[in-house]
Design a protein around this ligand. Sequence first.
Ligand code: SF4
Ligand code: SF4
Length: 218
Amino acid sequence: MIASDLEALAQTHGLSLLGGFHTDARDMSHFPENTQSLLLFGPMLQHFWPLFIESPEWNDGDPDPMDRWSIRNISAMAQSVGGQALFPFGGPPFLPFYSWALQSGRAWESPVKLLVHDRQGLWLSYRGAIALPYRYDLPPPTKRPCESCADKPCLNACPTQALVLGHYDVPACRAFLKTDLGTGCLSQGCTVRRACSVTLSCARVEGHSAYHMGVFNR
Ligand code: SF4
Ligand code: SF4
């Protein structure tokens, strides 16, 4: 298989190529030897969940179904293009996906500190990366959407002010989720993420959001 088919292959798994970068002159300590390009993959917001809930990992009742799904599918993708799969879970230690996201030129720190993506807004999440021993033809970097977001609705969306400018009060968020008022966040996803002006144009399947909120709220 040739690498140019990788994006199409990812889409058959409900995954999207969310960015990447070349490793020229970078600290290579976190990359496999000879890595030249690193590609970041995350769920397609509408297509991932219906595929995932048909998978053996979702249906076998064992723990961490999404992580196990990611390992199986992204490892297979990597193998088919001569690369190596890397994952944001399984630590500590954890690989520096946050830093890699920033280096991709497609994701930035938002006013509420969460990563914001040019196409997925505050829904952004990564299921894995593929390190390639050759250069992959990457699209040019884009612009941080927050620069042109006049009202910045993310700053005032949290109903309990747990997630505000530059600060996330995790205990306050967890306490809110245990109240009746937390139902909206639990069933549809974090209200701050949903309020992002980029996110508004790219809804995520509610079951997918509810799954992550359920894991967070255990
Ligand atoms: S999940 Fe709800 S309470 Fe928690 S930070 Fe998001 S909006 Fe606030
Ligand atoms: S609501 Fe606007 S300022 Fe906030 S993360 Fe989204 S694009 Fe950036």
